[in-house]
Design a protein around this ligand. Structure first.
Ligand code: AHZ
Length: 295
């Protein structure tokens, strides 16, 4: 509770005063450890419990109405959050990440290499969300549906039989969330009510198809907003990087898609662990989100 260890570049780890009055650097405590003289001051479990739940539920309450929600904290989502929060500190930005830790595929991809854009991605988590007061990351939380509203297009085109084609078109107006472990058990448990976050702009960066990936675009197909997905193609780094950055865009009103999730819509190639394009797709998604938000 209240412990905060300084970044790895600091010469020594420093510790902020916690709720029990611990104020000395961790390294200075070493001589007293293992002696009878060392003892923690008394603590009650409920103090810790309250500290955790009070803050968590206050955050949930504050972010139930957000300006922008980013789904997925992989390399694309994190770079997007960094740019968005830098350019627009006035916006309330919420990140939802199904996994326990942010980073997505970059954890494995950057573990396989040691230089170039891999290093840049490794640094993204610290810069992208921890240091920005207007970005809140909810980890271990899954987006399990999209909130929709009827879309009122300015010009409604007519099909051959005169029926309005845009009648069933929607705009995305928020997300439905649940704790990841709950989302994974809908088949064998009942009455597990989700939470919701209303927001006029959603940015989906959930990666290519997999246990969690390509979430929003698959949902667009089942919601009949998109006829079908073209599916990610085989590995071709030459074409994949350009395609992902160039195709980052608003797919249906209120929903911007970036990163490898796009490859499932457009049939772009697999990219492999070359994360620079993911970071740049995140930059483009941030600018696109500001454009849509300001409309
Ligand atoms: O856990 C997922 C990951 O951290 C998270 N995510 C997926 N579905 C979600 C949902 N709710 C909340 N419904 C969800 N979170 O989204 C993150 C996606 O990160 P990523 O690194 O997989 O995607 P990216 O597009 O930022 O980067 C892709 C990197 C590449 S390229 C590639 C290849 O060419 O094979 N493979 C990867 C992983």
């Amino acid at each position: 509770v209240g412990l905060k260890v300084a970044g790895k570049n600091d010469a020594t780890a420093s510790v902020e005063r916690d709720t029990r009055g611990l104020s000395k650097p961790l390294l200075e405590l070493m001589p007293t450890l293992g002696t009878d003289a060392f003892t923690f001051s008394p603590i009650r479990e409920s103090t810790v419990s309250r500290a955790m739940t009070r803050r968590y539920f206050a955050d949930l309450d504050a972010h139930a109405e957000s300006d922008i929600v980013i789904v997925g904290a992989g390399s694309c989502g994190l770079s997007c959050a960094y740019v968005l929060s830098t350019l627009r500190p006035d916006l309330r930005i919420t990140m939802i990440e199904a996994g326990v830790a942010p980073g997505g595929g970059a954890w494995l991809g950057t573990a396989l290499q040691r230089d170039g854009d891999a290093q840049a991605c490794r640094r993204l988590p610290g810069r992208g969300w921890r240091t920005r007061p207007n970005v809140k990351l909810f980890n271990a939380t899954t987006v399990e549906d999209l909130i929709t509203r009827k879309h009122h297009a300015e010009s409604v085109s007519l099909s051959d039989d005169g029926e309005a084609e845009d009648e069933a078109k929607v705009r995305i107006a928020g997300v439905v969330t649940n704790w990841t472990l709950v989302s994974m058990h809908h088949d064998d448990q009942s009455c597990m009510d989700p939470n919701t976050i209303n927001a006029p702009v959603i940015i989906s960066t959930t990666g290519h198809d997999g246990p969690f990936g390509a979430f929003s675009v698959k949902r667009l197909v089942s919601m009949k907003q998109m006829e079908r997905l073209n599916g990610m193609r085989g590995l071709d780094m030459q074409s994949a990087e350009d395609a992902i950055v160039n195709n980052t865009r608003e797919i249906v009103p209120g929903l911007i898609v970036g990163g490898m999730e796009l490859s499932e819509i457009d049939g772009a190639n697999r990219m492999g662990p070359t994360f620079g394009a993911m970071a740049l797709s995140g930059v483009k998604a941030a600018h696109e989100a500001i454009r849509v938000f300001d409309l």
